[in-house]
Design a protein around this ligand. Sequence first.
Ligand SMILES: C[S@@+](CC[C@H](N)C(=O)[O-])C[C@H]1O[C@@H](n2cnc3c(N)ncnc32)[C@H](O)[C@@H]1O
Length: 452
Amino acid sequence: MTRSPEDEPAADGTANILALQGGGPAAANAAALQNQYEAFPYPPKDGATESDGLRTGSPSHILEIDHYIYGGERNWTKPFRALVAGGGTGDAAIMLGQQCADIGCPAEIIYLDLSAASMAIARNRAQERGLNNIIFHQGSLLGVADYGWQPFDYIDCCGVLHHLASPENGLAALVSVLHPEGGLGLMLYGAFGRTGIYDVQEIMRGITAADEDQAAQLPLLRKLLDHLPASNRLVRNPGVPHDGNHPDAELVDKFLHPQDRAYTVPDIAALCADSGLKIASFAPAGRYDPATYLVDNTLRARFNGLGLLAKAALAERIAGNIAKHILYAVPSGRPNPRPGLQPNAIPVLKHSDGATLARKISADTAFQARFDDLTVVAAAPSLTAEIMRRIDNQTSLEDIYFDMVSDNPGLNWNGFIVQIRELYGALHGLLNAMFLRYENDGPPFKKQNPIP
Ligand SMILES: C[S@@+](CC[C@H](N)C(=O)[O-])C[C@H]1O[C@@H](n2cnc3c(N)ncnc32)[C@H](O)[C@@H]1O
């Protein structure tokens, strides 16, 4: 490394980004943004400790990275370099650091953020866990090309780009340090699901003085939220909490942010294309499929033949409630890494093991996915329990099939695949809880359960 912001910290931390923004209104916004995250580190931790358990989520769960970026084929015994750009209070860095440590992957995770206060929280969390695979740097992601870092296999940038004066420049900076075979996990605000938020931001700007800081504005904001009429667009949006009963940092981030914008699916596709990227997948993928919302076959047929992106753009309009887009992106020239249901695919579960889930499944089981204020239900195929109890994160679909045939003499491969497709549609497409892997030199995911 030739230079890192932590080796040469700016006197007050602000100079870093001001220098990169070149002065003017953009610099003023950048300074306001940095001040916000010094005063209100995000996400707020509110007394949570590492002994409460590992906080996991999307993007950047290791199974998602494996699936969406590497087509289920990454050998995790090989070194893994990740950058968490705008790491906040550490959720992604800690999750990645812990998951890599758990599977024995030799990882180097670089946490980068402008905010010293956020970094201090993240660093304490890593220490509490005894993680030594995370390196902490205070600085701007806009300067990432100058830090002398080796290319990254994976870059997490969750909830950050939409706060930059130029998200395009931010993404381009990240792509400049991405390995050609790597990818990114992004979260960008969704335009439709955030209906009403920008009204409140605008009202607050209209009734506060420029020198009234965010802490001083909070009591007024809480009062406003509590008094909005039923006709207000935020109040009419059931997907976004609109009462004042939330931590300060949550309210500031949502309603008093000096700089944020929201994206539609085509906006994101354009942003990615500008930086030479393509969207590998949104997650959960089913949230971006019109068929998830429209059960009528005549309507569904009209979407046949549309590409994934066109379907996604219409699905977000049908759903109307996507406030956060979570997606994985890879360099445009790469073949699509999305793995398919091949016989040698190994189904891997995120939260639980198949045997435990199988015991909870009865004939009338249905899977329920909560998409904010909308619950989507998918019926479980008839052989769900039989299949689930054989999913141990190491057994391939064909081996599951052969093991099942002895108990189910009428079963053939086609019938099995129909069942698997339905199950995968629910557990992967809707719940983002099942992924596919392929055998390689070093399968690291531990066997979860012996078949009972
Ligand atoms: C909304 S928080 C998201 C934190 C974290 N990514 C998460 O999702 O939990 C945004 C974070 O981005 C950081 N940030 C904003 N602009 C940045 C920049 N140009 N370079 C590095 N960090 C930045 C802020 O300091 C803040 O910690």
